[in-house]
Design a protein around this ligand. Sequence first.
Ligand SMILES: NC(=O)C1=CN([C@@H]2O[C@H](COP(=O)(O)OP(=O)(O)OC[C@H]3O[C@@H](n4cnc5c(N)ncnc54)[C@H](OP(=O)(O)O)[C@@H]3O)[C@@H](O)[C@H]2O)C=CC1
Ligand SMILES: CC(=O)N[C@@H](CCC(=O)OP(=O)(O)O)C(=O)O
Length: 346
Amino acid sequence: MIKVGVVGSTGYTGVELVRLLSRHPKVSLKLITSRSFSGKKIADIYPNLQGIVDLECEELDFTEIADRVEVVFTALPHGVSMSVVPKLLQVGVKVIDLSGDYRYQDQELYEEWYTESHQSPDLLSEAVYGLPELNREVIKESRLIANPGCYPTSAILALTPVVNKGLIDLNSIIIDSKSGATGAGRTPSRATHFCEVSENFKAYKVAQHRHTSEIENGVKMVANKEVVLSFTPHLVPMKRGILSTVYTQLKQNFTTKELRELYQDFYSSHPFVRIHKVGKLPETKYVVNSNYCDIGLKVDSRTNRLVIVSTIDNLIKGSSGQAIQNFNLLSGLSETTGLKFSGIFP
Ligand SMILES: NC(=O)C1=CN([C@@H]2O[C@H](COP(=O)(O)OP(=O)(O)OC[C@H]3O[C@@H](n4cnc5c(N)ncnc54)[C@H](OP(=O)(O)O)[C@@H]3O)[C@@H](O)[C@H]2O)C=CC1
Ligand SMILES: CC(=O)N[C@@H](CCC(=O)OP(=O)(O)O)C(=O)O
């Protein structure tokens, strides 16, 4: 059994990690930390874990952590993660960080989009962007994995096959994404208050959301070229799930069937990406509560645009499930260990 810990275990991604790790056949969850709830049992904070996880939240203590765990998941806000991650690496544990702090190699890009100084820029070149469908082999060798953002996971997976084959105009990409409210984390705010989210649908941070740069960065890794694209996030009255509709201009004529075959081939060795049949499009309810990313395609022959629809659960493939997928890779386990379950339908 591999001994692991979760730092920031009481947030939405943290507790989802605790839930998923508690059923992972090769994991022994030894340590969970919390600033606000130390001394309390996680099952008293999240009663769904009663009888499943009997751990108490602790204060984070770096002195003995390496004796207790081999791998730590950090599920902290960005800006906070970078004050913790270097200390964890220093004492010799491997880290899978769920925040945005290590997703860029370029310090300036981080500081521009996150509008704060990076506190450990020396680690940026070492951190591996943890999207297994792009970086499976390097993830296996890494000691610091930067788990991707939720919107970027859905958008980059939607675009990769056509970008990889050079089939679209890279300046034509428009990504229109909708997320459930757990994407904003557990800390209450006016924007995520029930009365603000319920019966409402809104765009936010138009032309300035930080995930724009993360998606551009991911597409650039595939294209080997700079890419500038448009990304608009929306908040919808659901708890979980992201649906991204991605519009791209094709350079030549293709049928939906041809492109569907390309996607099917591209993802044939990637167990968590499912390509829908021609004429079918994914819905969030097909993937919520699972680690799958479902993708559907349609060529609009009038405009010669390819429209790609991509869905994930933001708390699983968009964060905690993907973090466990990365953990499996770096631990030499099968990528699907502990993650092969369907969503809940309806
Ligand atoms: N929610 C999502 O869908 C996704 C989130 N992420 C990223 O994962 C990370 C965790 O997100 P999420 O679980 O949603 O966030 P939450 O706000 O739900 O939880 C974060 C937890 O971190 C702990 N924490 C420790 N130090 C601080 C601090 N100084 N300020 C605030 N909180 C602190 C808090 O728990 P305590 O007080 O108990 O220590 C808090 O509950 C973030 O970086 C987020 O951006 C990534 C992809 C998707
Ligand atoms: C609905 C909602 O508010 N979503 C969040 C998603 C952020 C997130 O999880 O971002 P990182 O993974 O990059 O930290 C937002 O738009 O800020």
